[in-house]
Design a protein around this ligand. Structure first.
Ligand code: LLP
Length: 425
């Protein structure tokens, strides 16, 4: 089932006509379909059926509490990268034995909190981090489960800024050094060596790098077992790419990805962990916006909308392509022309969609939406230019709810103080 679709030329999210929400709430806002989240989760779970699997949703893609709670109710685990994310997933009801903690720079406070909460595993990214975890467990007379995040030296990902698996990237431990570090880990009696972990990049649309990396990690795992390490968890990271330029899901790629995992790991009885972020949330969310102005400069037509790079950074940061569509399809005056759709931020980079086909008859106040904005959208937004941070709304059948309020400049001002030596107004 498709959860965002036109009925009689009007966009619906599940059973709600989106323009009805626009009557009550100011644009821009993010709109999520709860049933799309559940369907994505169930699909992945079904395709990977038959193996000992933990889906650890990568919270960084969308950390709204209602999104987390929706996945928690599906039985999902979580991949977190900060104490903030960890606190949120615990609040959403995800149990600690389903939580993995990634990231190159875990602070002592973060490690302490995660140790106290007995998470499934720390994905350790350096010897110094390993020693810090060991020290904290000794001081607190506790223990911690660890996996080493190894860097398989395989480059992958939709953009150089989201590729993580090359040996020159900051992530992980070179696979050639990992064995020695497992031996170091073994010496600390408060550390349980639980697993091995990789993550080679994001928005990966080819199976080849996955295949190479998965084989490499399995071979290494077999070697570790022979050396007596007894690895229980193999964490394959995230990275499943989606097709941003089509309305449909790329089911073939997802199927092939699942088949690949099953075929490579079918003989092992170890727990396979995956950390999907984007796949689970991207197509479950849109960014609803309205037209402020249009103008033409030297034959180039600009459409200025009220959502910009402060709301959705992806186009400016990664040249990401998102499709823009109207909330209401026109039945008359349907001819289109090309516009450069831009936000309101004072940066040339604030281009939301290049060469977008927009109705020639577009007018101020017309509603549009940016598709597949559920992943790395709201989480990366900022108040740059002292703008509001958009609200988030979730739909469930014929109900909708504001799951995060808009943050206004007045709200943000509360955190600022005028230095005492400056003159009072
Ligand atoms: N696991 C780890 C350790 C990660 O670093 C990431 C993403 C994931 C899992 C989830 O990857 P996914 O399944 O979502 O590809 N802001 C960028 C994406 C950055 C991804 C960072 N790490 C974007 O908007 O494309």
């Amino acid at each position: 089932m498709i959860y965002f679709k036109y009925k009689k030329n009007n966009l619906f999210c599940e059973d709600i006509q989106v323009s009805e929400i626009c009557k009550k709430l100011k644009t821009p806002f993010y709109l999520y379909s709860s049933n799309a989240l559940i369907a994505n989760y169930r699909l992945l779970q079904k395709l990977l059926g038959g193996i000992n699997l933990l889906i650890a949703y990568s919270v960084k893609a969308n950390s709204n509490l209602s999104v987390l709670k929706t996945f928690a109710e599906c039985g999902s685990g979580a991949d977190v990268v900060s104490i903030g994310e960890l606190k949120k997933v615990l609040k959403a009801g995800i149990s600690s034995d389903k939580i993995v903690y990634s990231g190159v720079g875990k602070t002592r406070d973060e490690i302490y909190f995660a140790v106290k909460n007995k998470i499934e595993q720390f994905n350790v990214e350096s010897v110094e981090e390993l020693k810090t975890i060991a020290k904290i467990t000794e001081q607190t007379k506790t223990s911690a489960n660890i996996a080493l995040r190894v860097n398989p030296d395989i480059s992958a990902g939709g953009h150089p800024k989201i590729s993580t698996g090359k040996k020159t990237d900051k992530f992980g431990i070179p696979i050639s050094e990992a064995k020695n570090i497992y031996y170091i880990a073994k010496k600390f009696k408060n550390l349980n060596i639980k697993g091995i972990d990789i993550h080679i990049g994001s928005q990966i649309r080819s199976l080849t790098p996955f295949k190479k990396a998965f084989k490499k990690v399995l071979d290494f795992c077999i070697e570790l077992d022979k050396l007596g390490f007894n690895i229980k968890n193999i964490d394959l990271g995230g990275g499943i790419g989606i097709d941003y330029e089509s309305e449909k899901q790329d089911l073939k790629f997802l199927n092939d990805y699942a088949k690949l995992i099953k075929s490579i790991f079918k003989k092992t009885n170890k727990k396979i962990i995956i950390e999907p972020g984007r796949f689970l949330v991207a197509n479950a969310g849109i960014l609803v916006t309205s037209v402020l102005y249009k103008k033409t400069i030297e034959n180039k037509s600009f459409l200025i909308i009220d959502a910009g790079m402060n709301d959705l950074m992806r186009p400016a940061l990664y040249d990401a392509k998102h499709i823009i569509r109207p909330l209401a399809k026109k039945t008359k005056n349907k001819t289109t022309k090309k516009f450069e759709v831009v936000g309101t931020v004072c940066e040339t980079a604030d281009i939301m969609v290049k060469n977008a086909k927009i109705y020639k008859s577009v007018e101020q106040g017309d509603y549009y939406f940016i598709d597949k904005a559920g992943a790395y959208g709201h989480v990366m937004s900022s108040s740059y230019n002292s703008k509001s941070i958009a609200s988030e709304i979730m739909v469930n059948n014929n109900n909708y709810h504001v799951i995060k309020k808009k943050i206004d400049p007045e709200d943000l001002l509360k955190f600022e103080k005028i230095a005492p030596w400056l003159k009072k107004n």
